[in-house]
Ligand binder design. Structure first.
Ligand code: ADP
Ligand code: MG
Ligand code: MG
Length: 252
């Protein structure tokens, strides 16, 4: 049982014109193993900034607050240390990795995280099984990471990593964006398989309620203007389905 705790997190970003803008204004969130927390909110509310900040992206400066994993200071860890501590941040490798195949990339990541190379025979079987489950063509393993990946292939590759790396915590930022219904179901099933296999805590960032029909959240947090404006159970997502974010945006 693990706990990821975000306390009063404040984050700024440096704008192109040299000015500094505060984006996260005191975020509080606690995620335990096996829990799915949906973070929902309008565009520009800071959801991706939250993900990038937890991931340790250099563009984002934490100016206040804490992020801890079982009491350990995550913000003091390098990006690699965060991964070895069991945090899976789907956006950690968003760029093309020239000359590195999916297959090599997965094995290198697995080895780095576990501290030893996976046993070849079981590993090859596990990769094949996970790719089958995600309806990925075997040839995908020999392609270079992110090179000419379609939106849907990027998302499947994310979930493939999650299934194979077996993290304690996974942060999924708009895993649903750009997926048709069939792909959304396949990708959601992958997340659900991970949940039943290793019970990670999941921070599921999404603008739309659609993915929550397939991945059932235990908690829903509505993010507005850099912090949590309201939280509740799955019923909160249902009410957002009807009313949208308007009531959070217009002053009472
Ligand atoms: P969301 O994911 O909820 O749509 P973001 O976290 O992407 O929101 O963005 C929140 C705000 O921070 C927006 O106003 C956005 O323009 C700004 N922002 C985010 N990242 C950067 C960045 N790297 N440089 C400048 N502004 C940024
Ligand atoms: Mg956005
Ligand atoms: Mg975003």
């Amino acid at each position: 049982m693990s706990t990821l705790e975000i306390r009063d997190l404040h984050v700024t970003v440096d704008e192109a014109d040299g000015s500094v803008k505060e984006i996260l204004r005191g975020v509080d969130l606690t995620i335990a193993s096996g829990e799915v927390h949906a973070v929902m909110g309008p565009n520009g509310s800071g959801k991706s900034t939250l993900a990038y900040s937890i991931a340790g992206h250099p563009k984002y400066t934490v100016t206040g607050g804490t992020v801890t994993l079982d009491g350990e200071d995550v913000l003091a860890m390098s990006v690699d240390e965060r991964a070895r501590a069991g945090m899976f941040l789907a956006m950690q490798y968003p760029v093309e990795v020239p000359g590195v195949t999916v297959s090599n990339f997965l094995r290198t990541a697995k080895t780095a995280i576990d501290g030893e190379a996976p046993k070849l025979r079981t590993w090859v079987k596990d990769v094949k099984q996970a790719m089958d489950d995600l309806r990925m063509d075997p040839s995908f393993a020999e392609r270079n990471v992110n090179e000419h990946f379609s939106g849907g292939e990027k998302k499947r590759h994310e979930i493939l990593q999650m299934e194979l790396l077996k993290p304690k915590f996974a942060i999924l930022d708009e895993t649903d964006s750009g997926l048709d219904v069939d792909a959304l179901k396949i990708v959601s099933e992958g997340v659900n398989r991970s949940l039943s296999a290793v019970s990670p805590g999941v921070l599921l960032i999404t603008h739309y309620t659609r993915i929550l029909r397939y991945i059932k959240p235990d908690f829903v947090h509505v993010f507005v203007n850099g912090k949590v404006a309201e939280q509740g159970g799955p019923e909160l997502a249902d009410s957002l389905e009807e009313t949208g974010y308007d009531r959070f945006l217009t002053p009472a």
